[in-house]
Design a protein around this ligand. Structure first.
Ligand code: MSP
Length: 664
């Protein structure tokens, strides 16, 4: 390993078959807080996130949208980058598995493993789950259904390429046993060891193009593409610059210090990835940390397809991005599942941020302004109360640092909040208002300086958790982020006593409350539950209505207002002509009269389901204001609406009326 190896943390790369929800935001925020903490301590660090763009799931979505897969990915990746920007995710690089450097690395690794006999070709009969994109053996399949997602599996017989994963089974077990903190938390380590008690088979790493062509070509047989996981996992090492037989520069970054993952992708990371690395003969990552899931209050995993995902955009618009980051890190220990409710969120926000921290800052700034002229006062009359608080501060800062070092954010924040609460208690005990009244300025100055120091210390330590709000807090005390960071570093090195950082005479700025208190749920959130707003509450009809007490219907995570819906121009269109796409088996080229001067040409991914002549004469619903795109060389100006389920497209959406009629 290179001498100046940096701290390296990764998130899973996200599938571009949907848009981000709270589960994804969680993974990204956790990784971000960890890396910000390392940078704050002065360590060299590298943070990688990105998108997983190949494979069946993504292809299905592209076809459903009538788009070329790459164009679909280009379109979807915007949402994932926007999630990062919104939540202050400070990744150093954003990888896409369609990036040329990644593709080249995957091909080079495959070629190397093939040359060294680690990959072989075999014919195979087995059960295949399309949703999970994996094969199952007879004994895994439960009543014709996939053991993971419960969906019907298909019997498949085909030739494929296999990676000799099984031969690394014992080495993998030995490594996990010799390194107790390799897979964290311990429960997940035991789960993997349990899985490895059964014989480990080889891994099918190819998909015949005739079945699924959206992937990276196998360099030694271009009738096949690479299995999406074999491709995706390599992102962690392709970005640092690994090339088989190449130089060692990638070791400045690789191996990963932490692969942060969700518990649902434990096997792919702990077994597939690690055995791949063993075969590649490169160093192994230091830790794989599997976090838990965010569940709805009724205990279901949150997710887009389940329709119960939380709209983190709405949440951050109402309470602020940093409040969401704080909540995600504070609410559950990393590794445990968490239950999300808006009420629970607001309760924690009010208690921890508005009351504890916000109140402490407000007291420090407002009392100093009101009674001491608004500049940092000098310590003039210290007592043992101040010494005790300083001791507590040193302990809390150390406990916080230990938690942050090990991704134990909840424990870190618990320790720091003891200090914040002690700070408020200190204000209650010393009663600055009474000191002011009796004119004891020396003691008042000491008390206010102590509270300001506490705010400065806490503000600096919390920068990785709430970067924007803490910068504001520090700024109000005349401190720059750089100064606060230097303090944290000096503190960690034992070169600074906590709470001895401020300079006398610096102008303070009270400003607006850092975390305004919420007395009731913000209107836009209450509206999700159909709760009446103030005006309606007074209306007698509402009071009497029994319906108001009914539980709210579930609100989809991707709920939109009517205004957003109205942006989509839907019109009835009559199909005049329909032909097969000259270059793509799955596409039809349709000429549709939507009541305009000329018929429109639309390319639709429904050739699997309809013969061209079946569509001629039908009146269907068309999206008329979609940006025109070229699909495999043919312009498509609009989109047909199709109803689909797991078996694929069932029918086109029809309209029994004249062409051009508006659909709304
Ligand atoms: N593309 C793969 C990962 C490849 S990594 C080489 C994938 N993508 S994903 O988009 O489906 O999921 C990414 C991460 O989001 C996973 O770690 C998953 O656990 C996490 N979450 C998705 N829903 C979640 C919750 N409801 N709660 C917490 N995290 C969950 O898997």
């Amino acid at each position: 390993m290179s001498a100046d190896k940096r701290f390296y943390i990764t998130t899973p790369i996200y599938y571009v078959n949907g848009t981000p929800h709270i589960g994804h935001t969680y993974t990204s925020v956790v990784a971000d807080a960890a890396v910000r903490w390392r940078r704050l301590k002065g360590e060299q660090a590298f943070f990688l996130t990105g998108t997983d763009e190949h494979g069946q799931k993504v292809l299905d979505k592209a076809v459903e949208r009538g788009m070329e897969p790459k164009a679909h990915c280009d379109d979807m990746v915007v949402h994932w980058k926007a999630m990062g920007e919104r939540f202050s995710i400070s990744n150093d690089h954003f990888v896409r598995t369609t990036d040329p450097q990644h593709v080249a690395c995957v091909k080079a690794v495959l070629m190397d493993l093939w040359d060294r006999g680690e990959i072989y070709k075999d014919s195979y009969t087995g059960w295949y789950c399309k949703g999970c994109e994996r094969f199952w053996t007879e004994k895994d399949v439960d009543d014709g259904k996939c053991p993971d997602d419960g969906k019907v599996v298909a019997k498949i017989e085909e030739s494929n390429y296999f990676f000799r994963m099984g031969k690394y089974q014992q080495r993998l077990i030995d490594h996990i046993e010799a390194n107790p903190d390799f897979i964290l938390p311990e429960k997940r380590r035991n789960e993997v060891l349990g899985f490895l008690r059964k014989p480990l088979g080889d891994l099918c790493i190819s998909r015949p193009k005739e079945r699924m062509a959206w992937g990276i070509d196998l360099p030694f047989d271009t009738d096949f593409v690479t299995y999406v996981w074999f491709d995706a996992l390599l992102n962690y090492i392709s970005v640092p610059g690994y090339v088989p037989g190449g130089d060692d520069a990638y070791l400045d970054t690789w191996p990963a210090t932490y692969h942060l993952i969700g518990k649902d992708i434990l096997t792919t990371h702990s077994v597939y990835w690690i055995t791949m690395l063993m075969a590649m003969e490169v160093p192994l990552p230091e830790h794989i940390f599997a976090h838990g899931w965010w569940l709805s209050t009724d205990g279901e995993k949150m997710g887009k397809s389940l329709g119960n995902a939380i709209d983190t955009e709405l949440l951050s618009n109402e309470y602020g991005v940093d409040a969401v980051r704080y909540y995600l890190l504070r609410e559950i220990s990393l590794g445990a599942d968490g239950h999300f409710s808006y009420e629970g969120f607001q309760t924690r926000y009010n208690a921890d941020l508005a009351n504890d921290l916000g109140n402490l800052a407000h007291r420090a700034l407002s009392m100093t302004r009101n009674w001491l002229g608004g500049t940092t006062p000098a310590v003039e009359a210290p007592t043992e109360l101040e010494t005790a608080l300083q001791t507590l501060a040193a302990e809390a800062a150390a406990a916080y640092a230990a938690g942050m070092d090990n991704l134990q954010f909840k424990q870190a924040l618990d320790a720091l909040w003891e200090l914040v609460r002690a700070g408020n208690k200190y204000v209650d005990t010393t009663a600055p208002w009474a000191l002011n009244k009796k004119g004891d300025t020396a003691r008042l100055a000491t008390v206010m300086r102590t509270v300001l120091e506490l705010c400065n210390l806490v503000g600096g330590l919390l920068l990785p958790v709430m970067p924007a709000r803490m910068a504001v807090l520090l700024g109000r005390m005349g401190r720059t982020v750089e100064q606060a960071e230097a303090d944290v570093r000096a503190l960690a090195a034992g070169d600074l006593q906590p709470m001895t950082s401020l300079e006398v005479g610096v102008a303070l700025d009270l400003g607006e409350p850092l975390f305004p208190r919420f007395r009731k749920l913000p209107e836009r959130i209450a509206a999700l539950f159909g709760e009446p707003d103030e005006g309606k509450k007074k209306a007698p009809k509402q009071k009497k209505s029994k319906k108001a007490k009914e539980p709210p219907p579930p609100t989809p995570e991707d709920a939109i207002g009517y205004d957003d819906f109205a942006k989509v121009r839907l019109q009835a269109g009559k199909v005049l002509e329909c032909t097969k796409h000259p270059k793509a088996d799955k596409l039809l080229v349709v000429k549709v009269d939507v009541g305009e001067a000329q018929p429109r040409q639309i390319v639709a991914g429904v050739a699997d389901v309809f013969e061209p002549e079946q569509l001629v004469g039908r009146t269907i619903v068309v999206v008329c204001n979609l940006k025109p795109v070229k699909l495999r060389g043919v312009w498509s100006n609009g989109m047909l609406l199709a109803a689909s389920n797991e078996q694929g497209v069932q029918d086109l959406v029809g309209a029994n009326c004249d062409p051009g009629a508006k659909v709304k």
